[in-house]
Ligand binder design. Structure first.
Ligand SMILES: [Zn+2]
Ligand SMILES: [Zn+2]
Length: 226
């Protein structure tokens, strides 16, 4: 049995940026988990210790995410993460927070938001997101902090829809045949979400039909959401 993937367009489980609560809002007594998702579009890092990048939520709203690096992540006390100390431009930062990937911010709250005030000539500010980076090396992770998925948000939504549509159906990812048509279907060991009728179809599905990328995303998604 596999748990179905969540609906990545659900407004309650995956709110868009502007509907996320503010840091100063009182937290509800029993908050339901939710996640802010956004594709990384731009690097805005100005100082080495606070990597900042612009992300786009599924409605196309841009928002900024600032990372609070732990001393181990920023390389404090030893060598900096890159020659100029810019985490985002370092090989590690680029690999983790590359353009086109999707950030996942559990229980995201907007910091520094301000209402519009015409009299004072103040413009509305939607705020930004600040958080620790969950790079997978922490022990005792409590689900807080920012994750990164190895694909963009729109592709993630597509994968989710496709997988949920085929949930419970045991058909070959390569040739499309159902379990009534072929015998001995095997499941992909990586994601345990898709089936193959044999080796040839597995190879076809992996390379030609894009399961190589999908499999990686599915594994990361399961680690975070399921
Ligand atoms: Zn097949
Ligand atoms: Zn797989």
């Amino acid at each position: 049995m596999t748990t179905p993937l969540p609906d990545f367009t659900s407004p309650t489980l995956f709110p868009i940026f502007t509907t996320c609560p503010l840091t100063e809002d009182p937290p509800p007594p029993h908050p339901d988990p939710y996640y802010l998702l956004g594709t990384i579009t731009e690097n805005m890092t100005l100082t080495p210790v606070t990597p900042t990048f612009i992300c786009k939520d599924r409605d196309g709203h841009a928002f900024a995410v600032t990372l609070k690096l732990t001393s181990r992540q920023s390389g404090e006390g030893s060598a900096p993460a890159s020659g100029d100390g810019n985490f985002y431009e370092s090989p590690r930062g680029r690999k983790a927070f590359g353009k086109g990937k999707c950030v996942v911010v559990p229980m995201a709250r907007r910091k520094g938001a301000r209402e519009e005030n015409a009299e004072l000539g103040r413009k509305e500010k939607k705020g930004f997101i600040e958080g620790l980076w969950r790079d997978g090396s922490e022990s005792g992770s409590d689900g807080e902090g920012i994750f990164v998925l190895p694909t963009g948000l729109m592709n993630l939504i597509e994968i989710g829809e496709r997988r949920r549509k085929e949930e419970g159906k045991k058909s070959c990812q390569g040739c499309g045949k159902s379990e009534e048509e072929v015998e001995g279907m095997v499941r992909c060991k990586g994601c345990e979400s898709v089936w193959y009728c044999g080796k040839a179809c597995q190879v076809l599905g992996w390379s030609k039909k894009g399961h190589k990328c999908e499999c990686k995303v599915l594994r990361a998604v399961k680690d975070i959401f399921l």
